[in-house]
Design a protein around this ligand. Structure first.
Ligand SMILES: NC(=O)C1=CN([C@@H]2O[C@H](COP(=O)(O)OP(=O)(O)OC[C@H]3O[C@@H](n4cnc5c(N)ncnc54)[C@H](O)[C@@H]3O)[C@@H](O)[C@H]2O)[C@@H](O)CC1
Ligand SMILES: [K+]
Length: 497
């Protein structure tokens, strides 16, 4: 797992470490790691043209010392200074090594040597950045974005909120981010993650001072170690029976996609309950499903019976009878995943009783909203949920006392008492109708296989995201394409061990 810590935790750990080592040690370590990464990006250091964008804080200091290192190796290094302050010792070191420094003003915008640079180093702001970039930082970020050279961000791309990944206004878009001591949450969560490019962590000796992470990002090997493995002794019941209550006579596609997502992820048996037309459709597409007629709008026994887990909600409807069905599912002691219409029911008439039942559950319980659904659930603004995904997922987790998987440009999973998980896979191509139904089936399959909610969500989101990339090699996909690619994604994940 890659782990990330918030700014306040990093600051505390840094002061504890700084008290034990000579002055300037940490910045020296950071700058040495930064210079090494810059050198790797240049065809050769000698003669290379490097432009440093330097803010007034220690982030600028890192850039200046790394620039001094490169200048000492023959690079032509030019620092554009922004903001009020300047890391004086860093500037002295750069000049002593033959580098140049110049205060940046708007008037220079056309004549900077940014456009001729071989490499641009963004040392404008690090973990001390607050809010959107002010001037002249914002202009420099824009100029860097328009220049052809690769951009290396120091600690994090300037303009990205280190704790949330939020970007307001301009932010640097980096090809590589060289971060120090530990990752920052904003590097893993969009829109910040999208600005960070490839992330390189430099060890500055901080690890012994750091508490547990706020955030983790699973690697292929972590997923491989979680995926269910079935021995020769297994049978369909031991592999898990998933009950699916998604789709309806009106929305038959949701049922087909959800059942397909579960079957292709691997589960002992999928049972489906629904009206005549949807049952017909599910059986014609997936004859291996064990289906029964069950009309939530007339049937009295809506309980899931003998299953290992239940997925409920997508395309199911928001009729009062659907509330009754959700109630009887939540009343069971089975692991339950609630999606889409199921989430809407939590906010409508009778929602309070459902929400109360949800909070009281002791079995694994997972909500899988997208930003709009989470906004409705928590009476928040959708744009705000999208901008601050971590915070909103954690709020919903605390409100309902269960696991919350927030879908979107970065899928995040908040689980009580554990670091938030950020899913590393996925592509914007997933933003298409029906992919959420496939996801709920896949996560449901993992739940039915016996994985706890957090781990089921982690594995489901991971293989779903990979399937999107594998399905058509990066070309546009529809939700159905994911179904064939899911087994490939799982096979690939197994190979990571
Ligand atoms: N503390 C340490 O021990 C270490 C810190 N290091 C570096 O130090 C950085 C943190 O340094 P600082 O605490 O000096 O903070 P920064 O260098 O991130 O920024 C602080 C400065 O930016 C200004 N500023 C804040 N928000 C702004 C905005 N939106 N627009 C324009 N200006 C803004 C502030 O007024 C302040 O002058 C880290 O990110 C890392 O790069 C590394 O050298 C490793 C060791
Ligand atoms: K930076």
């Amino acid at each position: 797992m890659l782990s990330a810590h918030t700014v306040s935790v990093v600051r505390e750990a840094e002061s504890a470490l700084m008290a034990r080592v000579p002055d300037g040690t940490l910045m020296r370590r950071a700058a040495t790691g930064l210079a090494a990464e810059c050198a790797r990006l240049l065809p050769r250091v000698y003669g290379a043209r490097v432009v440093l964008l330097v803010g007034g804080g220690d982030n600028g200091g890192d850039a200046l010392y790394a620039g001094a290192n490169l200048a000492a190796r023959g690079a032509s290094v030019h620092a554009l200074l922004a903001g009020r302050g300047l890391h004086q010792d860093g500037a002295i070191a750069l000049r002593a090594a033959g580098g140049r420094t110049r205060w940046f003003t708007d008037a220079m915008a056309d004549e900077t040597d940014l456009f001729d640079a071989d490499l641009i180093v963004d040392g404008l702001l690090g973990i001390g950045g607050r809010g959107g970039l002010r001037e002249p930082h914002a202009t420099l970020a824009l100029l860097a974005a328009n220049a052809p050279a690769p951009v290396v961000a120091v600690d994090l791309p300037s303009g990205v909120d280190a704790d949330t990944g939020e970007v307001s206004g301009h932010a640097v878009r980096a090809d590589v981010t060289v971060t120090f001591g530990t990752h920052k949450p904003g590097l893993f969560v969009d829109p910040g993650a999208d600005r960070a490019g490839r992330i390189h962590l430099v060890d500055i000796g901080l690890a012994p001072e750091l508490p547990g992470p706020a955030l983790v990002r699973p690697q292929p090997v972590d997923i491989a170690s979680l995926l269910p493995v079935h021995g020769a002794e297994t049978d369909k019941y031991r592999r898990g029976v998933l009950e699916i209550r998604a789709g309806s006579d009106r929305y038959r596609g949701a049922a087909v996609l959800c059942v397909g997502g579960a079957l292709r992820t691997g589960v002992g048996m999928v049972r489906y309950g629904g009206g005549l037309r949807v049952v017909d459709q599910v059986l014609s597409q997936w004859p291996e499903t064990v289906a029964r007629l069950l009309d939530p709008q007339s049937s009295t026994d809506l309980s899931p019976g003998r299953a290992s887990a239940v997925v409920i909600g997508s395309g199911r409807g928001t009729h009062p009878a659907n509330s009754d069905e959700l109630y009887s599912v939540l009343e069971s002691d089975l692991p339950v995943l609630v999606d889409a219409d199921g989430l809407t029911l939590l906010t409508g008439d009778g929602g309070a009783a459902l929400a109360e039942l949800l909070c009281e559950r002791t079995a694994h319980t997972l909500l899988t909203p997208h930003a709009g659904e989470l906004a409705r659930l928590m009476e928040a603004d959708r744009g705000d949920v999208e901008a601050r995904r971590l915070e909103h997922a954690a709020r919903a987790r605390d409100r309902f006392g269960c696991t919350v998987l927030l879908k979107g440009s970065t899928t995040v999973i908040a689980h009580p008492g554990a670091p938030v998980v950020v899913n590393p896979t996925g592509t914007p191509l997933l933003a298409t109708a029906g992919t959420g139904d496939v996801l709920s089936g896949a996560v449901g399959a993992f739940l039915a296989s016996g994985l706890p909610a957090r781990e089921a969500a982690m594995c489901g989101a991971y293989v779903h995201g990979r399937a999107a990339t594998l399905a058509r090699g990066g070309a546009p996909i529809s939700a159905s394409d994911l179904l064939d690619a899911l087994p490939l994604a799982i096979q690939e994940a197994h190979r990571a061990v």
